[in-house]
Design a binder for this molecule. Structure first.
Ligand code: NAP
Length: 523
């Protein structure tokens, strides 16, 4: 099938470039009277990304969008992860949209119910309910070259047509189940931390926890108090840092409410402090060594037993895996009813876990806390772009996208929290907002007279990826550890390798010439 006519000549492109950069320098959008009708937009996913995109569209006066969400409720990871102690290790005043501040956060590090409540509040405040299609899972998205439209098919076979698609699936939406011999044959209760079984009472039970990442670190302390015995199976140790949580007093909340400027100052101060942590993401840097010293000191303070401390001392640079923030995880591991098991798991039998040294630990329940299929971006949706190309075939060696948002050959398709936009040091909400702004700028271009599609040029995408790979060299994520930040082959597909304000700048001032504009062959 032939694709649509390309509208750009060098002269037109040049004029557009000048006009665009003049606009982007001033941060303005095209005057509304110059814009054509808004495209019909499908947003897939109703987590922080999808809800944020929907809000910003309504703020621009665009109502021609639908949000498809496979679950029965909005909230993304904050709907799915309800394990005991679930919360965020970014302070609430920063872990919220800049365009929807909240003065009455109850504590510095918010817990899952409060964040979920915040997202519900956003949906209600911006009247997004009529746009939501809950319980509708998209199975495929296919670009029609002649019509310049996306055809979406749901898992139950319904078809929908849109001019544009924005994916907001997150990076941590599909639980990863480990391949451990015998797991299926276990006779007790098994569940994943991201699908916590609240009907099952762990009181007095023997509980095996497989995995010791950010999720386990939060639920192990409350579960250890409840269980008779807890085995923490650890494949590799993690770097932990203190979590200086505070419950906000009524007076503090009143100050945030009455003095919005104070709330802004607090938010900015948290952002800048977190941003400085990026200095430690360079392997061998002084900041990284300082972080290592701080981590070792914290471990020594919290774990008096030298044998346990040795087990819990990581053998890779700080930040290679996600840095974990907790004041109560290490003390929980020191409890009499908790054992940290570092011998690898050999297999699981109907009544317990066998490690490679032959030890059999009988357990009643296994909690699988092995994370998510984080490098399988946009999976399992089948995405077919121009001339029948398939995105998941192109991403076999690892996903990549221009600014993490656009992929050449897939016009009018945008990704929020896409490849290489995750952070090890600051809030992802900042990145998502930059991406939303970028998508809005692309929507403006789509609304220019006669324009039907916008696609990043292959050479621009390749140049962007080269720069990105260059910037990744020397980061801690490349330094000898396995993590969800990279593929099994070692390609870092998840993390952004620069300061976040650089991302903000790049997405705000991207080169207009990097994009090709076109019109449909058929009306
Ligand atoms: P994770 O960080 O990916 O940790 C998975 C754990 O499972 C690791 O300890 C890993 O060991 C272990 N594991 C994986 N496969 C295994 C196997 N086959 N056998 C034995 N152990 C295995 O997952 P998570 O703890 O669910 O956290 C995922 C991410 O969610 C976090 O990094 C974070 O970004 C997000 N999260 C955020 C917060 C927050 O406060 N904002 C809270 C919770 C989660 P290895 O380390 O040896 O691979």
């Amino acid at each position: 099938m032939q694709r649509g006519q390309i509208m750009t000549s060098p002269l037109v492109e040049r004029i557009q470039t000048i006009a665009r950069s003049a606009r982007s320098r001033g941060g303005d959008t095209v005057a509304p009277h110059e814009l054509g009708p808004a495209p019909r937009i499908a947003i897939i996913g109703a987590g922080f990304s999808g809800i944020g995109m929907a809000i910003r569209l309504t703020q621009q006066g665009i109502e021609s969008f639908t949000v498809f969400e496979k679950a029965a409720e909005v909230g993304g990871v904050w709907r799915d992860n309800t394990y005991p102690g679930a919360g965020c290790d970014v302070p609430s005043h920063l872990y919220s949209y800049s365009f929807e501040r909240r003065a009455d956060w109850t504590r510095k590090f918010p817990k899952q119910p409060e964040i979920l409540d915040y997202l519900g509040h956003c949906v209600r405040t911006y009247h997004l309910e009529p746009h939501l299609r809950l319980g509708v899972e998209i199975a495929s998205a296919e670009w029609d070259d002649d019509e310049s439209r996306w055809h979406l098919t749901t898992v139950d076979g319904h078809r929908h047509v849109f001019d544009m698609v924005v994916f907001g699936l997150g990076q941590l939406n599909r639980p990863h189940w480990p391949e451990i011999e015998g797991l299926d044959s276990f006779g007790g209760t098994v569940f994943h931390s991201a699908r916590w079984n609240h009907d099952h009472d762990l009181t007095g039970e023997r509980v095996a926890v497989i995995g010791n990442g950010a999720s386990a670190v939060q639920f192990v302390p409350p579960v250890a108090e409840q269980a008779g015995q807890l085995y923490q199976f650890q494949r590799s140790a993690n770097w932990l840092m203190p979590k200086p949580d505070v419950v906000f007093s009524d007076r503090a909340k009143m100050l945030f409410r009455r003095l919005p400027l104070w709330e802004r100052i607090v938010r900015t101060e948290i952002y800048l402090t977190f941003e400085l942590r990026f200095l430690a993401m360079r392997n061998g840097s002084k900041a990284n060594k300082m972080a290592r010293d701080a981590g070792l000191e914290f471990l020594a303070e919290q774990v008096p037993d030298p044998e346990l401390r040795a087990k819990l001392t990581p053998d890779y640079p700080v930040g290679c895996k996600r840095i974990l923030i907790s004041d109560d995880y290490l003390p929980a591991l020191c409890r009499d009813n908790v054992e940290v098991v570092t011998d690898p798991i050999a297999r699981i039998e109907p009544d317990g876990v066998i490690t490679t040294d032959g030890t059999h630990r009988p357990v009643d329940t296994i909690v699988v806390a092995t994370g998510f299929e984080a490098t399988d971006f946009l999976s399992p949706i089948d995405i077919v772009g121009r001339h029948g190309r398939r995105l998941h075939d192109e991403w076999k060696a690892g996903a990549s996208a221009y600014e993490g948002v656009a992929v050449s050959g897939y016009p009018n398709l945008f990704i929020l929290y896409g490849p290489n936009t995750n952070l090890g040091h600051n809030t992802i909400i900042f990145m998502i907002e930059a991406q939303i702004r970028f998508v809005l700028a692309c929507i403006d271009r789509l609304r220019e007279p006669g324009v039907e599609w916008i696609d990043v040029r292959p050479e621009a995408a390749a140049r962007y990826d080269d720069d990105l790979q260059q910037a990744l060299v020397g980061t801690v994520w490349e330094a000898g550890c396995d993590s969800w930040y990279k593929t099994a082959e070692g390609k870092v597909t998840n993390n952004w390798p620069k300061f976040t304000f650089q991302y903000w700048w790049e997405t705000r001032h991207h080169r207009v010439a990097d994009f090709e504009l076109g019109r449909a062959l058929t009306p």
